[in-house]
Design a binder for this molecule. Structure first.
Ligand code: SDX
Length: 429
């Protein structure tokens, strides 16, 4: 192998520097050695949005954006979506291996016996306005969990960490369901730990004292697969927030409330809600050319399209499209699917999108399935958060145990005023 290093010449001084290359990166701190004179601060890298900055070493999720590859702990997403369950994938992400039968039973038992939330939280959720967005309720309630579990501050205690993980995975579906029930003005359905993970979520959201109520197994399986597909995605915006807050050694509930807040944005996890609103606004396939023109004029962003990393088809979108077929066989098709399919069909042939590597991402079809299953649009990002929770937790654990990590504190390029003298208010213009 050729000498694994980078030789840089600073033309301001004529001095050359050799920077070692590890894992196809250079250590940013070594740029500080490049100075004009001794009391110079040295160079930094400028990278708004961290488009080309590695913040950590990680063994959790591998994404190849060029090839459209996604693996959790080395297992291809296609195989996990086909063969696994969301709780098993949660175990895999957090423990780096698929569970044995005993480990799986113990894990499921622990999670499903942490589904009740404190009555203080149930009452707190009743104080939200009748039309409060469920994502705002989720964020606020996750943050409030930190006030009920002060032991979560023991972030280096493995027993405490494990307890918080079971609590979060067990209680998030209950909080999500309670937020939904609050939204529709119906009483809470308390969790039933004899049901499966996604079955219990659908039951808590849906049950209205119907006599022989049964969760549709096809819908429960479809939702389970969707949660698997959302479970982790390396250093995305919300995971970076989970790590950043975790780096100050805050408890996992406070970190996760921040991560969920980041996910809420329409450019991130809020995109699935934005896609549905977009498709509804387009209303029929005849209007698509007009919207495509709006995109090209920079007046409209095609929600559910494009990705910071995938410059090919998001492998999750491909799988979700298959799940949509199964769900729509049960629920009946939806006009929005026809608009989505035609929009994709047109966009993938149009140079504007092809030249910018804009393909459907995970959010493009997920909302159509959620809507067909009867979820209101504002519950979509909540479902994304439920799926992403084990990924956030796995990344948080990895951060806490990573000896190379320290509190996240980026630098800046200061471009503001300097040394202005204070002017008393009666002397100001
Ligand atoms: C998720 O990071 C993750 O892994 C996220 C996620 C996860 O699992 O955690 O995968 C989940 O967040 C998926 C993305 C959901 N968001 C959306 O669908 C919103 C619509 N898409 C975007 O706004 C955009 O594509 C981003 C935010 C996803 C990525 O933005 P980038 O990488 O910062 O790209 P960019 O904004 O610099 O765009 C590059 C070019 C620009 O054109 P030019 O200025 O070069 O002419 O592509 C254009 C953009 O205008 N562009 C789009 C577009 N996305 C990018 N044009 C129209 N519609 C779009 N959706």
């Amino acid at each position: 192998m050729k000498n694994n290093s980078l030789k840089i010449t600073d033309n301001r001084t004529g001095t050359s520097y050799t920077l070692p290359i590890h894992n196809n990166t250079i250590n940013a701190l070594s740029l500080r050695d490049i100075k004009v004179n001794e009391d110079d601060f040295g160079l930094m890298a400028y990278d708004p949005g961290y488009t080309n900055t590695a913040s950590c070493n990680s063994t959790i999720t591998y994404v190849d954006g060029e090839k459209g590859v996604l693996m959790y702990r080395g297992y291809p997403i296609e195989q996990l979506a086909e063969n696994s369950t969301f709780l098993e994938v949660s175990y895999l992400l957090i423990n780096d291996s698929l569970p044995s039968k005993e480990q799986s039973e113990h894990w499921e038992n622990k999670v499903m016996h942490h589904t009740y939330i404190h009555e203080n939280l149930a009452k707190l959720m009743q104080t939200f306005r009748y039309d409060a967005h469920p994502m705002g309720m989720l964020i606020g309630t996750i943050a409030a969990m930190s006030t009920l579990h002060p032991d979560a501050k023991e972030i280096h205690n493995p027993t405490s960490r494990q307890k918080q993980i079971w609590r979060i995975l067990g209680k998030l579906p209950t909080i999500a369901a309670f937020a939904y029930r609050r939204r529709i003005g119906r009483p809470y359905n308390y969790p039933d730990s004899s049901l499966g993970y996604t079955e219990n979520l659908l039951y808590m959201m849906d049950y209205m004292n119907q006599g022989n109520y049964q969760v549709d197994p096809i819908l429960a399986k479809a939702l389970d697969t969707l949660l698997i597909l959302h479970a982790d995605h390396e250093q995305n915006c919300s995971t970076s927030v989970m790590r950043n807050i975790g780096s100050s050694h805050a408890d996992p509930y406070s970190a996760m409330a921040g991560a969920a807040a980041a996910l809420y944005g329409p450019l991130h996890g809020g995109a699935n809600e934005a896609v549905l609103r977009m498709l509804t606004e387009i209303a029929n396939t005849d209007n698509i050319p007009h919207y495509i023109d709006q995109v090209k004029d920079g007046k409209f962003r095609l929600m559910g399209f494009g990705h910071r990393v995938y410059k090919n088809y998001d492998p999750r979108a491909r799988i979700i499209k298959n799940v949509a077929d199964q769900v729509l066989k049960v629920t009946g098709s939806t006009p929005l699917l026809e608009i989505a399919l035609e929009l994709e069909n047109i966009a993938l042939k149009d140079d504007y999108f092809v030249s910018r590597n804009l393909y459907p991402n995970v959010d493009f079809y997920s909302g159509i399935i959620y809507q067909a299953m009867g979820f209101p649009v504002d519950m979509f990002p909540v479902l994304f958060a439920l799926g992403r929770a084990p990924g956030w937790l796995a990344q948080w654990l990895e951060l806490i145990d990573d000896q190379e990590q320290k509190i996240a504190r980026p630098r800046q390029i200061y471009t503001g005023h300097m040394n202005r003298d204070y002017v008393p208010i009666n002397k100001r213009k």
